[in-house]
Design a protein around this ligand. Structure first.
Ligand SMILES: Cc1ncc(C[n+]2csc(CCO)c2C)c(N)n1
Length: 222
């Protein structure tokens, strides 16, 4: 008894590091990532974000308290009003129009990850769903902080991906990430070892799917 969020990352340390320190991330930080790989990632991430918007709608449906319902609504608004708007603008700067985005075929890695999260939330409870969502929210915040601490990372105008790092290091985003960790810490404090083992599997699966998402970008896989 008495778990916290950091027990999930510790229990999946190898995969968690493979996700946070993936070659895609390193190249993005160094500014050496090929444009085509970044564009492929951006396009698939548009589809990813739409399904994550649905996952927050599922979190609303699974909420038994007003506080949880409000939190789900805030998550959905953050994706639809902030993250997706920024994303569409980002895509435009990289030469990808809204028409291009609307006509995209979905890559297998996108399908696998998004539907895994939706399925986990459908069969499980709100905690299962939040654990499935947490590598996304917490991972990107950690990636931005990790990149800023690496000697190979270049910031500013000589890194074409600088705006990407800036998006996730921002105060607002880091606060949302801390709020999610606090919510998970409070729930995980109450779970049994058997329940923790179930949640660890979900966290590990979602983390592995994040690794595949980066790899899909590097390989430009569909
Ligand atoms: C594959 C993939 N994983 C995580 C994120 C980051 N992300 C997506 S939605 C969300 C919540 C913010 O409202 C965050 C942090 C991404 N963009 N793409």
């Amino acid at each position: 008894m008495g778990y916290q969020f950091s027990d999930l990352t510790s229990a999946c340390e190898q995969d968690w590091h493979a996700y946070i320190k993936h070659d895609f991330v390193r190249q993005l930080g160094a500014g050496t990532l090929e444009d085509g790989a970044f564009r492929h990632y951006l396009k698939q991430d548009y589809l990813f974000l739409i399904h994550f918007g649905r996952a927050y709608a599922l979190a609303a449906y699974k909420s038994a308290s007003l506080a949880d319902l409000r939190q789900a609504l805030e998550g959905m608004k953050a994706i639809i009003d902030i993250e997706l708007d920024l994303h569409i603008e980002f895509c435009r700067q990289w030469g990808i129009s809204e028409d291009d985005l609307a006509a995209l075929p979905e890559a297998r890695a996108t399908l696998a990850y998004t539907r895994y999260v939706l399925d986990t939330g459908s069969r499980g409870d709100l905690l299962d769903l939040h654990v499935a969502l947490s590598p996304c929210l917490v991972g990107y915040g950690e990636i931005a902080r990790w990149l800023n601490a690496q000697p190979f990372t270049r910031r500013g105008a000589d890194n074409p991906f600088d705006a990407w790092i800036a998006m996730y290091e921002g105060e607002e985003f880091q606060q949302a990430m801390q709020a999610e960790i606090a919510w998970l810490d409070a729930r995980l404090a109450e779970v049994s070892p058997a329940r923790f083992a179930e949640l660890k599997k979900i966290f590990n699966d979602a983390t592995r799917l994040e690794i595949d998402f980066w790899q899909m970008g590097l390989d430009r896989a569909d």
